[in-house]
Write a protein that binds this ligand. Structure first.
Ligand code: 5RP
Length: 214
């Protein structure tokens, strides 16, 4: 099956985790767009969504799903999002769409994180996909040097400004055998806003197409 069909299947399969009257945390990307399409059919049975990006907020509103402020709601029961890579322990690389900071916030607020991917995203070891790191603009070079000292090759995603007004470094050349340790270490660098490793808060369930990853 082609990857677009798998993404659609995953987006539609995630609907089974949506509870009556829920406020649903919604990620960002092409796989999530399929989830939003399917969620639109349930719009009268949920309170609304907390969105992780301006892009998803637009899609949600276009489909008549209320977009709620995270500060105005309690803990979320569910967060649904895609990923750029997923290892067998459900650790993820995210941020290909530059939405990693708000994605990490909404994931942290949710009891259950359901990750929806196509089979091309499955890897044994994270790092072939360049690791996105959101940085405060004035710290771009400083953070880049610190990452280079640790063996990564940072490339500025020139021209991209995140929803938070920051910049992205894509770090090539990493082989991430201890994602929790690397996330923790890079989080400490001055000027880093968010590391696109979702390991400390990993996915609880991964759907590859319609199948739960075993
Ligand atoms: C956005 C993300 C996306 O979840 C990730 O890039 C996957 O996108 P897609 O579903 O389009 O393949 O992390 O910041």
């Amino acid at each position: 099956m082609d990857h677009a069909s798998e993404k659609r299947q995953a987006g539609e399969a995630a609907i089974r985790y949506v509870e009556e009257d829920a406020i649903v945390g919604v990620g960002t990307g092409s796989t999530v767009a399929y989830f939003i399409d399917a969620l639109a059919d349930l719009r009268n049975r949920i309170q609304g969504a907390v969105s992780s990006s301006e892009q998803s907020s637009t899609l949600l509103r276009e489909r008549g799903i209320p977009v709620l402020d995270l500060n105005a709601v309690g803990p979320l029961t569910l967060y649904v999002d895609g990923a750029d890579e997923c290892d067998p322990s459900r650790h993820l690389i995210k941020g290909g769409g530059a939405a990693l900071t708000r994605e990490k916030i909404v994931a942290a607020a949710a009891t259950k994180f359901v990750c929806i991917i196509d089979s091309s995203k499955r890897v044994d070891v994270l790092g072939k996909f360049p690791l996105p790191v959101e940085v405060i603009p004035m710290a771009r070079s400083l953070v880049g040097r610190e990452i280079a000292r640790r063996g990564g090759q940072p490339v500025w995603r020139d021209g991209v400004v995140t929803d938070n007004g920051n910049w992205i470094l894509d770090v090539h050349g990493l082989r991430i055998t201890d994602p929790v340790a690397l996330e923790t270490e890079l989080n400490q660098l001055a000027g880093v806003v968010t590391v696109g490793l979702f390991a400390r808060r990993r996915a609880d369930v991964v759907l590859v197409g319609s199948q739960v990853m075993g």
